[in-house]
Write a protein that binds this ligand. Structure first.
Ligand code: AVI
Length: 329
């Protein structure tokens, strides 16, 4: 009995509070701009999150599968490079599936699942805790897109190395300038303990036709994901978007090395909201997402500019995707 492990209980902290006025201001400013735009974060209401999960199973969208494959292929080499006993901070943890597969093999010493709402991670953390009864776990509800703040309530051990985990190529949804600022902030979040760093998944530049198809699949799931944004915005700010007035477009912008998603007006449309309106001519678009595609060397340079001292990348045999381990100091 004496050596039975005591089951820990996850700690939950919700810091992000929805600010309706700030959301309305941000959205209406974007919709009123000459090239209308919205932040990709508004793609993820409850239905949008489910549609995104469906996207990851589409034949045209292989990012998620390829990342999982290369995590399996290279797990021994990753375990050699990453610090043992580290505090894993999982950014955008959701169902905690990706980190859940790594905690044991990588010898994690603590796990912090970060998402906008702790409710997204609560159930998954309870399950993970039963699988790792002795591991200290926490769920943290913060919006880290504008910068990661690790609150004192987490009582992070100052001498425990940290592994910031940011898989799925979500970094691609930032422009290079935004990505640099975000990575600088993550570098700071790594703390000052030797061995700490960032494990990050990055989708690599490939054929334009393949990229456009990955963001405009034959089944129309990505179109539904993009169009659902309009329904989400209607609920958030009281606009009167009608889904049938719009079509989804995916375009590869070679100059910027990114796939752009747009919603295009099928005919002249006037969108109204309490206190305002906007006229869209036929063919005018709302820019809803960028998905930047990187080369290995350009991303390694970006990591260096953000303050990481050294990085190495693992790729799949066809070099479609890369996972970087970037050492903070
Ligand atoms: C979440 N993010 C990395 C996805 C991507 O590939 O940019 C979102 C997505 N948009 C359309 N399909 C998938």
């Amino acid at each position: 009995m004496g050596n039975m492990l005591r089951m820990q209980a996850p700690q939950f902290l919700q810091l992000y509070q929805h600010n309706a006025a700030a959301v309305a201001q941000e959205l209406l400013q974007g919709l009123s701009a000459p090239q209308a735009y919205t932040s990709p974060k508004y793609l993820y209401d409850a239905l949008g999150s489910r549609l995104f999960e469906a996207i990851t199973e589409l034949p045209e969208y292989d990012l998620t599968r390829t990342e999982a494959l290369l995590m399996r292929l290279h797990s021994a080499s990753m375990a050699d490079q990453l610090p043992r006993g580290a505090c894993w901070i999982d950014l955008g943890a959701g169902n905690c599936e990706k980190a859940g597969r790594l905690l044991g093999p990588m010898g994690a010493g603590r796990y912090v699942a970060v998402d906008i709402s702790v409710d997204f991670v609560r159930q998954a953390l309870d399950v993970l805790q039963r699988q790792h009864p002795g591991l200290s776990m926490a769920g943290l509800g913060v919006d880290f897109s504008g910068g990661l703040v690790l609150p004192a309530e987490l009582a992070l051990d100052p001498v425990q190395p940290r592994v910031l985990f940011y898989p799925g190529s979500s970094i691609g949804n930032f422009t290079p300038e935004e990505a640099l600022e975000f990575l600088r902030n993550l570098h700071e979040g790594c703390g000052t303990t030797p061995g700490s760093g960032l494990l990050i998944g990055v989708d690599l530049l490939k054929d334009a036709g393949e990229l456009e198809a990955a963001y405009d699949d034959a089944l129309g799931v990505t179109a539904a994901f993009d169009l659902n944004l309009l329904l989400h915005i209607n609920r958030l700010v009281g606009t009167d978007f009608a889904v049938r007035d719009w079509r989804h477009l995916s375009r590869f912008n070679a100059a910027q090395s990114r796939v752009e998603m747009h919603l295009q007006a099928r005919h002249a449309v006037t969108v109204q909201w309490p206190g305002g309106q906007r006229q869209f001519a036929a063919g005018e678009t709302i820019h809803t997402e960028n998905a930047c595609k990187w080369t290995i060397s350009d991303f390694a340079n970006l990591l260096r500019s953000a303050g990481f001292v050294q990085s190495q990348a693992w790729t799949d045999p066809a070099e479609r995707f890369a996972v970087f381990w970037a050492q903070a100091l």
